[in-house]
Design a protein around this ligand. Structure first.
Ligand SMILES: [Zn+2]
Ligand SMILES: [Zn+2]
Length: 339
């Protein structure tokens, strides 16, 4: 089978033997797998959060199950979650499930950008293989994991009845934030990006779109919020400058939600005293649990999150290099790899 793996210098497309599921494991035939910013960072050696396995936003059909696996039928569409927490350790019991030491221990083998991959027993046993509602396409289904991460991030906001939001960066993640926040009743969402296509889509999803290269965005956002700034600003772009912009757009006492992964080693390019003087809090959110995976499937199946509308590019496994080029150019919105 064909598989895209992390090589010594970037990626490599290899031909390897199709794995067989051991006891408790499940073999999935991949139908769609989203390309995520963390995949690109792993390929460039800039991401240190987990092991260098790429391809985690996967959907596919059950090809074979190992001994002892119940409740999964060969041929059914599934969305396996690549990380599952233990539910019993200190972190899990203190409501930090994605910080569980077991959470990042397990992943797909050899990864989601493969014609077939194994879901390990740890994940299968803990209910990490999800079944989409009838009628969902693999393309829709592969957006479950990123949508789940957005849902969990929104839950982590503690500001009281926020009315105004800014979303800095309008890739698939930023656009998903807009749709989820809108659905939750946000009165005003301002989306910032430099890409006109993304800005147009943000507008279609109900946001006020601002081109961040035109004029003083901080002033514009203040004008749009009675001179205050937004209650909550979401950082949905990796460069540290996006975090600094988000802080500037936030009102006194407001919250900044750090979601996109900054490159390893980046520091905050902002006067830290400003955070204290204006009492701006930074909340980070990293990954999601299976509860949010289920909620994401629900939002996608009800078209509250327009999964298919955000997928602008599809590439086959052996076109992975092209996919990467498109990603780095910042063209389009969501890129999906298919077999
Ligand atoms: Zn992702
Ligand atoms: Zn745990």
């Amino acid at each position: 089978m064909k598989s895209v793996l992390v090589g010594s210098e970037g990626f490599e497309v290899v031909e390897i033997e199709t794995p067989r599921p051991g006891p408790g494991e499940v073999l999935v035939r991949m139908l769609a797998c989203g390309l995520c910013g963390t995949d690109v960072e792993k390929l460039e050696g800039r991401y240190r959060g987990s092991k260098p396995v790429i391809g985690h936003e996967a959907a596919g059909i059950v090809e074979a199950v190992g001994e002892g696996v119940a409740g999964l039928e060969q041929g059914e569409l599934v969305v396996p979650h690549h990380h599952v927490n233990c539910g019993q350790c200190y972190y899990c019991l203190k409501d930090s499930p994605t910080m569980c030491p077991y959470y990042r221990e397990y992943n797909f083998t050899p990864g989601g950008f493969s014609e077939y991959f194994i879901v390990p027993r740890w994940i299968v046993e803990r209910g990490g293989i999800h079944k989409p509602p009838p009628g969902m396409s693999p393309i829709q289904a592969c957006l479950t994991e990123p949508t789940a991460c957005v849902i969990r991030a929104v839950k982590r906001i503690t500001a009281k009845n926020p009315e105004s939001y800014a979303v800095v960066g309008l890739g698939a993640v930023g656009l998903t934030f807009i749709q989820v926040l809108k659905w939750m009743g946000a009165k005003s969402i301002i989306g910032l990006d430099i890409n006109p296509t993304r800005l147009a889509v943000a507008e279609r999803y109900g946001a006020e779109a601002l081109n961040s290269t035109e004029g003083d965005v901080v002033e514009v956002v203040k004008d749009l919020t009675d001179g205050r700034g937004v209650d909550v600003a979401v950082v949905a772009a990796g460069p540290p400058q996006a975090l600094s912009t988000a802080i500037k757009l936030t009102r006194r006492g407001g919250q900044v939600l750090l979601f996109a992964v900054p490159p390893h080693g980046s520091t905050l390019p902002h006067d830290i005293s400003d955070l204290l003087v204006r009492e701006v809090s930074i909340i980070s959110s990293n990954a999601a649990t299976d509860q949010e995976m289920r909620e994401a499937l629900d939002l996608i199946s009800r078209k509250i999150v327009d999964a298919e509308g955000m997928v602008t590019h599809r590439y086959r496994i052996d076109e992975f290099g092209e996919a990467l080029k498109t990603f780095k150019k910042g063209a389009g919105i969501k890129i999906v790899i298919t077999p």
